[in-house]
Design a protein around this ligand. Structure first.
Ligand code: RRO
Length: 312
């Protein structure tokens, strides 16, 4: 079965990888994603210029009944230099996505200048959608600022770069963000980050389940799948064909991967379910996906990509 994809000249032998933030904060975790025979790439935890411990705990919770997860990690990461060392020194055949999430435009520009000047030869994912830093809004909900940042970035940045977006919930917002993104030579767009600022309450104690921000946090897992698919589909329909799509959100089965591809995803990332199940999730998902493709008589994911049917 051909499960390959290509983004900006990089070949991916498998469609799956981790979602930024999950099993990718330390070099050992990054190594474990790369070492899987069923991943096509790895993405780093979003880096800030300096090391951050993140928010207070408890800051991550798995909902009962497997509905999903809520997190308010608050961008804990080892700092830009740590990931720069990792991504420039790692010997691997798989492409590496270097995720960055500055807390201001200037922090993003400073990190991207350093990447531009470095020998890094992978892809960069600019995270414009972290919902969990107190006092910092999700950048990509501010269309003007998003356009301003990308204008400055592409005034000097020449390496393959994509953006990680928050979920959008209105057709006019799909139109607006796509119009802006189409103005830039983006390598890819990744949809979606967690659904920001959800609230989960513990039944026994009538208490929120995470401590930061009074219990508000980013929601992932099966409960966000419909929103994730809608964002992948809506953006695929609106973005220039030169901009590839990464689908993230609600992937717990091979069928979920298949549906992301139907909506137009070139690669598919696993977040909550990777946190819950561990690295072996990639083997299970790829085998389930292959079984579906075989049963339907396909030889390649290219035959499926974007082929979602609608009711005329
Ligand atoms: O670290 C986090 O709290 C976090 C980030 Br940066 C993000 O982009 N998405 C998320 O759900 N959590």
């Amino acid at each position: 079965m051909n499960l390959t994809a290509n983004i900006a000249g990089f070949n991916f032998d498998h469609i799956l990888l981790n979602a930024a933030g999950v099993v990718c904060q330390t070099s050992d975790e990054l190594d474990s994603v790369l070492a899987s025979d069923y991943t096509g790439a790895v993405v780093t935890k979003s880096a800030t210029p300096s090391l951050r411990p993140g928010n207070v705990s408890p800051r991550y919770h798995e909902l009962t009944n497997g509905l999903g997860t809520i997190n308010s990690m608050g961008l804990p990461n080892e700092g830009f230099a740590y990931y720069m060392d990792y991504v420039t020194q790692k010997q691997t055949d798989k492409p590496i996505f270097f995720s960055v999430a500055g807390l201001s435009k200037q922090e993003n520009l400073d990190m991207l200048h350093k990447i531009e000047e470095s020998k890094f030869n992978g892809l960069v994912e600019l995270n414009l959608s972290c919902p969990n830093v107190p006092g910092k809004p999700q950048t990509a909900y501010d269309f003007e600022t998003t356009e301003e940042i990308l204008t400055e970035v592409f005034s000097f940045f020449t390496k393959p770069l994509g953006v990680k977006l928050p979920p959008y919930f209105d057709i006019v917002h799909f139109d607006n963000i796509a119009n802006i993104l189409n103005k830039f030579p983006l390598a890819f767009v990744n949809a979606i980050n967690s659904i920001g600022n959800g609230l989960v309450i513990d039944e026994e104690t009538d208490t929120v389940v995470i401590k930061p921000k009074g219990g508000f946090g980013g929601v992932g897992g099966p409960i966000v799948k419909a929103t994730a698919l809608a964002n992948v589909r809506a953006l695929r329909q609106r973005l220039s064909p030169t901009i590839k799509m990464i689908g993230t959100g609600g992937v717990t089965s091979g069928r979920d991967v298949y549906e992301h591809v139907l909506c137009g995803a070139d690669l598919v990332e696993v977040g909550s379910q990777l946190a819950i199940e561990g690295i072996s999730v990639f083997e299970r998902l790829e085998k389930e996906l292959t079984a579906i493709l075989t049963e339907k008589g396909y030889n390649s994911l290219d035959e499926v990509r974007g082929q979602l049917k609608i009711i005329e």
